[in-house]
Design a protein around this ligand. Structure first.
Ligand code: NAP
Length: 282
C-alpha cells in the first residue's frame, strides 16, 4: 500500500511557520498585503479565491479583492494592474484565471511588476526559473516540489513523466524537476500512446484535468504519483486525474484529491507573498 502524501497537514505546517514570519514583519511595522484581481463570475474561481482569502487571514496577510465585470476592456484591466504595481501598500498581485476569452491574459500577466509577481507567471519569473536563478516559482509546481522535499523523495536520475504542458503547471514543473536532476518527459493531448511513457515512469505528475485518466494498467509497481488535477463529478464530488483507489495499490507514494496538491498551492502563495514583502522592505 502506498504512503499517502498529506498535503493538507504539510500546508498547515507551512502556514503556521509563515504566521510567525508575518508577526515578525508586523513588529517592524510592515503589513504584508495581497491584491487579487478577478474578472467575471466564474464559480470555480470564486471558491479558489475564497480559500486564498481564508489562508491570508490565518497567516495574517491583508487581503484585498478587485472584481471587474465581464465587459471590462483590456485597457481597464491593465490600468488596474499598473495602479496596483504603483501602490506601495500592496506587496503581491494575483490575477485569477480564467478571464474572459476576449481579454489577453498573457499581456495582463506581463504587466504585473516582477517584485509583486507572487504567482510566478511573469516572463521575468519564468525566465529566471529556466536559468536556475532565485525567483518567484509558480505556486502549484512549488507545492509539488515541497512535497518531494518533505517526504525525502530524491528525484536525481528518476524518470519523471509530467502529463500536461500548461504555462501555469506543466511547463514550470519541467524546470523544477530538471533542477532536481530528474530525467523529464512531458506528455500532452497530441502525445501518442501515453501509456508507453507512464509505464516506464518512476514518478508521474498528472495535470491535465481529466477525471481518473491515469489507471492501474498505466503505471509500474512502486511509482510515485502526484495528482494535480481537480475535477468535479456530476454529483459534485472532487476527483483527481488519477484513479486513486486502484493506482494506490501499486504506488509507493500518492497524493489524494482533495487534500493533496490543492492546499499546498495556497500555502506556497502565502510563502510568495511573505517573500515579496521581505524583498520590497529590504
Ligand atoms: P490546462 O491549461 O487545461 O492544460 C491541460 C493540459 O493537459 C494541456 O497541456 C493539454 O494538452 C493536456 N491534456 C488535456 N487532455 C489530455 C489528454 N487526454 N491526454 C494528454 N494530455 C492532455 O490545465 P491546467 O491549468 O494545467 O490544470 C490541469 C489540472 O490541474 C486541472 O484539473 C486543474 O483544475 C488542476 N489544477 C490544480 C491546481 C491545484 O492547486 N491542485 C492548480 C492548477 C490547476 P495540450 O497542451 O496539447 O492541449
Amino acid at each position: 500500500m502506498a504512503i499517502i502524501i498529506d498535503g493538507k497537514a504539510l500546508a498547515k505546517k507551512i502556514r503556521q511557520n509563515l504566521k510567525v514570519e508575518c508577526e515578525e514583519l508586523k513588529e517592524k511595522g510592515i503589513i504584508p498585503k495581497l491584491a487579487v484581481v478577478m474578472v467575471g463570475e466564474n464559480p470555480a474561481s470564486k471558491v479558489y479565491v475564497r480559500n486564498k482569502s481564508k489562508a491570508c487571514h490565518e497567516v495574517g496577510i491583508e487581503y484585498e479583492e478587485y472584481l471587474l465585470g465581464e465587459e471590462v476592456t483590456q485597457q481597464k484591466l491593465l490600468n488596474l494592474i499598473k495602479e496596483l504595481n504603483d501602490n506601495k501598500e500592496i506587496n503581491g498581485i494575483l490575477l485569477q484565471s480564467p478571464i474572459p476569452e476576449n481579454l489577453n491574459i498573457n499581456e495582463a500577466f506581463k504587466t504585473i511588476t516582477y517584485a509583486k509577481d507572487v504567482d510566478g507567471f511573469t516572463p521575468s519569473s519564468i525566465g529566471k526559473l529556466c536559468i536556475g536563478e532565485e525567483t518567484f516559482i509558480s505556486c502549484t509546481p512549488y507545492g509539488v516540489i515541497k512535497m518531494f522535499e518533505e517526504y525525502n523523495i530524491d528525484l536525481t536520475g528518476k524518470n519523471v513523466v509530467i502529463l500536461g504542458r500548461s504555462n501555469i503547471v506543466g511547463k514550470p514543473l519541467i524546470q523544477c524537476c530538471l533542477q532536481k536532476n530528474a530525467t523529464v518527459t512531458v506528455c500532452h493531448s497530441k502525445t501518442e500512446n501515453i501509456k508507453q511513457y507512464t509505464r516506464r515512469a518512476d514518478v508521474i505528475i498528472a495535470a491535465i484535468g481529466k477525471s481518473k485518466f491515469v489507471t492501474e494498467d498505466m503505471v509500474k509497481e512502486g511509482v510515485i504519483i502526484i495528482d494535480v488535477g481537480i475535477n468535479r463529478t456530476e454529483n459534485g464530488k472532487l476527483t483527481g486525474d488519477v484513479d486513486f483507489e486502484n493506482v494506490q495499490k501499486k504506488a509507493s507514494y500518492i497524493t489524494p484529491v482533495p487534500g493533496g496538491v490543492g492546499p499546498m498551492t495556497i500555502a506556497m502563495l502565502m510563502h510568495n507573498v511573505i517573500k515579496a514583502t521581505k524583498e520590497q522592505n529590504r
